[in-house]
Design a protein around this ligand. Structure first.
Ligand SMILES: NC(=O)c1ccc[n+]([C@@H]2O[C@H](COP(=O)([O-])OP(=O)(O)OC[C@H]3O[C@@H](n4cnc5c(N)ncnc54)[C@H](OP(=O)(O)O)[C@@H]3O)[C@@H](O)[C@H]2O)c1
Length: 283
């Protein structure tokens, strides 16, 4: 999801870049060496990850191999090449027991194996490389790939009612807005390395998000009618992985130190609908 969005943004800015997919396995040092051979690389952006949050409970070794060891491979490669590495982690590294947005220096305490694997990646990154940018993001969605907004749209089209949890709070991150900020960072050749939090502004529950998605889906003609939405507690939808109940991230440092633009989640959600409409018109 994020990788395609970034590639689109880089292409639009005429950056000189090489994109890769599964053919470049970040778990294979040989594969990575083969990929960079003969190329002059100044920046690396890692969007590869094991992102199946619930499945990670059953296959934690696989999650750790990609999100831990894979990130270590990339970090060492960046050190070897003298390159800067941009990497993404998750709000799920936090336990989410509080009521204040998380700052960068908050102590991770993941509740899930996915969260644990992402945290291990953070540790390996910082141990292997100085020239890194680590962005913890939350509730990522975009026009590409499966995500909560696409899931809701499918449910609103196919079901007569829907139930959505209203006791998990966070902030969505619109991939296109993040991609613009990342491209700006690279364009400015920033060396303000470190850990940053980034998400759209505003703290909401999944239920709040779903309600607004339904309103806009109707406005943009993507669903024929509204369906009743019921707010339910997390206990109604038991999942393999435990999620934090409050994982709002404080993006202040990225705004102050990197000049990132942060927009409200409602503005970005509307933008998503505009961009999705354009994309579907061109298909
Ligand atoms: N989605 C969210 O809500 C969310 C929230 C917070 C943070 N993040 C973080 O944001 C980043 C981008 O997430 P995303 O949602 O864009 O992820 P995504 O759509 O799942 O994309 C990750 C890609 O990495 C590929 N991949 C898996 N193992 C690989 C390997 N060994 N070598 C190379 N590629 C491999 C995956 O391929 P397969 O699909 O074939 O496995 C997939 O194409 C990730 O670091 C994620 O942890 C995401």
């Amino acid at each position: 999801m994020l990788g395609r969005q970034l590639a689109l943004e880089f292409a639009g800015r005429e950056f000189d870049f090489f994109a890769s997919d599964l053919e470049v396995d970040i778990c294979s040092r040989q594969c990575l060496q083969d990929f960079v051979r003969g190329k002059k690389i100044r920046w690396m952006v890692n969007c590869a990850a094991y992102t199946a949050v619930d499945r990670a409970e059953d296959e934690p070794e696989r999650a750790l191999a990609v999100n831990g060891a894979g990130v270590e491979n990339l970090s060492r490669l960046a050190a070897q090449l003298g390159a800067r590495l941009i990497h993404f982690s998750s709000d799920y590294v936090f336990a989410g027991g509080g009521k204040e947005p998380y700052r960068e220096n908050a102590q991770p305490r993941p509740l899930s194996r996915y969260g644990w694997s992402k945290w291990q990646g953070e540790i390996k990154l910082a141990a292997a490389l100085d020239t890194f940018f680590l962005f913890r993001i939350s509730w990522l969605y975009g026009v590409y790939g499966p995500n909560f907004v696409h899931t809701m749209l499918k449910i609103f089209r196919e079901k007569e009612t829907a139930r959505v949890v209203n006791d998990q709070f966070g902030s969505p991150t619109y991939a296109a807005a993040l991609a613009e900020n990342i491209a700006g960072l690279i364009g400015a050749d920033s060396d303000c390395y470190g850990v940053y939090h980034y998400c759209d502004s505003g703290a909401i529950s999944w239920f709040d998000f779903a309600q607004r998605i339904m309103d806009l889906a109707l406005e943009f003609g993507m669903i024929p009618k509204k369906i009743p939405l019921e707010a339910v507690p997390t206990s109604v939808f038991p999942t393999a992985a435990i999620r934090p109940s409050y994982s709002v991230l404080d993006s202040g440092k990225a705004v102050r130190e990197l000049g990132f633009q942060v927009r409200g989640w409602q503005l970005n959600l509307k933008r998503f609908f505009r961009e999705k409409t354009l994309l579907e018109d061109t298909l």
